[in-house]
Write a protein that binds this ligand. Structure first.
Ligand code: FAD
Ligand code: DHB
Length: 389
């Protein structure tokens, strides 16, 4: 096989890049180890920044998003038995849209296939070679080894992918932080009891109330990092959610059958630079944020928006400026999101239970962010997404 840009991974980053390249008349092949069914139903992110919504709309992917996405103009912070709204749109003029990542992925796959795009599912990439001059992607499909020859390779294969490992030792520098807790997330057939997201800080740990539709709720609980989902029967999950969220007089959450549940570890991780020779890295393959700031999918889309423009310039007239600047430009947004996600995580989770000083600092921060318009604006502008970083 031969194409101009070989893309590893059909998550939001890889699919969006393929879509953007197509709009510039550049050919690509997307190789994805999982099945189409699997990637279209993998339950993950739910919050799109204004900039991500604008990008999807401007590139013709906004029709269902506009019909089914839920525009939110604020979030609620709940702590010490009180509820405080951060009026994001009032403070910034921008909003977020709640629309499941798997819906974004479905829309992108449908658009690519309708345009004759090449996405090979159940095609596992195991090695990259020739990255200095003539890249080759080595994959296994239908029990056979195959090669994809291309001008460039873009690794959009997530944290556990193979692309990052193709860079020789000593080139990349890793920055990371792990957290002693994870998120237990559920999807429930219950009408959301709220019309905006609730981020709750509680002495037993963090809880988040989100949604996917007027009939489906999405909720998360902070749990210890090594927790086993088998120890969380449905009734225990609802009891813990009630304890952490029903802290405001007269407010109750809606319960219903739990459709899915899973535990996700929290991690902060960045690899620099995001490029080596003819390999470019994007999305979770090069950076991970803890989910508290709702930034992961948005960063993945922002990375490939830069790459789409950079490849367009290169194929138009051989201009290398944008490709050369890719890593430096993308990392500015990446580190802004790293700091914001770390800050939200530190403010809202139960940290060291044996450190009462830490708990007092958290309360002071929460009180400040819910009383000072200046501090609230800082939260809001990061949450809805900064246009320029
Ligand atoms: P991925 O979506 O991970 O896609 C990578 C793809 O590469 C996968 O399909 C994988 O199967 C494929 N692949 C891997 N290895 C290979 C290989 N060897 N060969 C071929 N294919 C391969 N982000 C937000 O913005 N907002 C949120 O509200 C939010 N909430 C989240 C909640 C949870 C519980 C989780 C887990 C994540 C959340 N995120 C959120 C993060 C977001 O889901 C990710 O940042 C996003 O999926 C990154 O997209 P990506 O395309 O870079 O990687
Ligand atoms: C969702 C996930 C997040 O990480 C977040 O901060 C807000 C909402 C969600 O899945 O709906």
């Amino acid at each position: 096989m031969r194409t101009q840009v070989g893309i590893v991974g059909a998550g939001p980053a890889g699919l969006m890049l393929s879509h953007l390249l197509h709009r510039h008349g550049i050919s690509s092949v997307v190789l994805e180890s999982r099945s189409r069914e699997y990637v279209e139903h993998r339950l993950r992110a739910g919050v799109l920044e204004q900039g991500s919504v604008d990008l999807l709309r401007e590139t013709g992917l906004g029709a269902r998003l506009d019909r089914e996405g839920m525009r939110h103009e604020g979030i609620e912070l709940r702590f010490d038995g009180e509820s405080h709204r951060v009026p994001m749109t009032e403070l910034t003029g921008r909003a977020i849209t709640v629309y499941g990542q798997q819906e974004v992925v479905k829309d992108m796959i449908a658009a690519r296939l309708a345009a004759g795009g090449k996405i090979h599912f159940e095609a596992e990439v195991h090695r990259l070679s020739g990255l200095e001059s003539a890249p080759v992607v080595h994959l296994r499909r239908d029990g056979r080894d195959e090669e994809l020859h291309c001008d460039f390779v873009v690794g959009c294969d997530g944290f556990h992918g193979v692309s990052r490992a193709a860079v020789p030792d000593g080139v990349l520098r890793t920055y990371e932080r792990t957290y002693p807790f994870a998120w237990l997330g559920i999807l429930a057939a219950a009408a959301p009891a709220v019309h905006e997201l609730i981020y709750a800080h509680h002495e037993r740990g963090f809880a988040l109330y989100s949604m996917r539709s007027p009939e489906i709720s999405r909720l998360y609980l902070q749990v210890p990092a090594d927790e086993d989902i088998a120890d969380w029967p449905d009734e225990r999950i609802w009891a813990e959610l009630r304890t952490r969220l029903e802290t405001v007089p007269g407010w109750t959450l809606n319960e219903g059958p739990i459709l899915e549940k899973a535990i996700t570890p929290l991690r902060s991780f960045v690899v620099e630079p995001m490029q080596w020779q003819r390999l470019y890295l994007a999305g979770d393959a090069v950076h991970i944020v803890p989910p508290t700031g709702a930034k992961g999918m948005n960063l993945a889309l922002a990375d490939v928006a830069l790459l789409g423009a950079a490849f367009a310039a290169w194929y138009a007239d051989g201009g290398t400026g944008l490709l050369d600047d890719y890593s430096r430009t993308a990392l500015r947004r990446v580190w802004r999101a790293q700091q914001f996600s770390w800050w939200m995580t530190s403010m809202l989770h139960r940290l060291d239970a044996d450190d009462p000083y830490e708990a007092k600092l958290q309360s002071a921060t929460l009180r400040y962010v819910t009383t000072s318009p200046a501090y609230a604006t800082s939260l809001a502008e990061n949450y809805v997404g900064l246009p320029e970083v």
